[in-house]
Write a protein that binds this ligand. Structure first.
Ligand code: BTN
Length: 259
């Protein structure tokens, strides 16, 4: 290990049942907890998803993990952290378990177009710096079934490879990649380069976008990512938009027929 290297999970708190691991990690961060400190739980009773949704977190069926980050990057580059976490999870699934996976912008990890992992980063920003960020990762590991609302859109590693991959097997290779992409890769460009290779959404993908509380929609083709991880989309009328948020649905990938 070189001197500059930081370790994901050098302090690891493994709990039975919590509301949300992100809340426990935030308390630790506020009390001065070091970067790389990880909170894991066997179940969450109030698991949080993005856009105010909940994250189904039944006992021992998934990985529910939160890590403290203390990034030295400007708040407008903080979104890249989420992309780094998506890269870490996707590489773990592909390289360690030989399952094909994709990243739906910004940070949903998909297998066969179904969501296997969600990432929620909650940051504390003061003036021009990020005081700390809590990186929350939920991976569906051994679920056979999902609640009816997400039954069509979610999947687990068990469903995809017909083998039980538990937290103890998934965690070590994930930590290795969280080290690399979330703690030791200081240049956002490095994360973005890797992301572009792993995500079929990043360039040349025909998508539908839903934005805002009113749910306005438009269609377009993705034209890459900005230096802060925003998605560039050329609309059907030729206008080029930069998306910082929004729900993206694939119509077809580069070179694919309409799905
Ligand atoms: C999403 O909706 O895609 C984000 C889901 C994030 C879920 C994880 S599970 C561990 C951590 N604790 C939470 O309450 N949420 C995140």
């Amino acid at each position: 290990m070189t001197l500059r290297e930081k370790k994901a999970g050098h302090r690891l708190l493994w709990l039975d049942s919590v509301g949300s691991t992100n809340d426990i990690a935030r308390e630790l961060a506020l009390a001065g907890g070091e970067e790389g400190t990880i909170v894991l739980a066997r179940e969450q009773t109030a698991g949080r998803g993005s856009k105010g949704r909940s994250w189904v977190s039944a006992t021992d069926l998934g990985l529910y993990l939160s890590m403290i980050l203390r990034p030295r990057i400007a708040p407008d580059k903080a979104a890249v952290l989420t992309l780094g976490a998506a890269v870490a999870v996707t590489e773990t699934i592909k390289d360690e378990f030989n399952i094909d996976a994709d990243i739906k912008w910004p940070n949903d990890v998909l297998i066969r177009n179904r969501k296997v992992c969600g990432i929620l980063v909650e940051s504390a920003i003061e003036r021009e710096s990020v005081l700390y960020a809590i990186l929350g990762i939920g991976v569906n590991l051994t679920q056979h079934f999902f609640p009816v609302e997400i039954a069509e859109s979610a999947t687990s590693l068990l469903i995809e490879c017909n083998r039980e991959i538990g937290v103890h097997e998934f965690l070590p290779p994930l930590l290795k990649r969280l080290d690399r992409w979330c703690l030791n890769e200081t240049a956002p460009e490095g994360i973005l380069d890797r992301y572009r290779l792993l995500s079929s959404y990043a360039n040349g993908c025909e998508i539908n976008v839903t934005q805002g509380t009113e749910g306005t929609t438009f269609e377009g083709i993705t034209r890459g990512l900005t230096a802060s991880g925003a998605l560039i989309v050329e609309t059907s009328s030729g206008e080029v938009k930069t998306l910082f948020s929004g729900e993206v649905t694939k119509i077809r990938a580069k070179g694919e027929s309409r799905i």
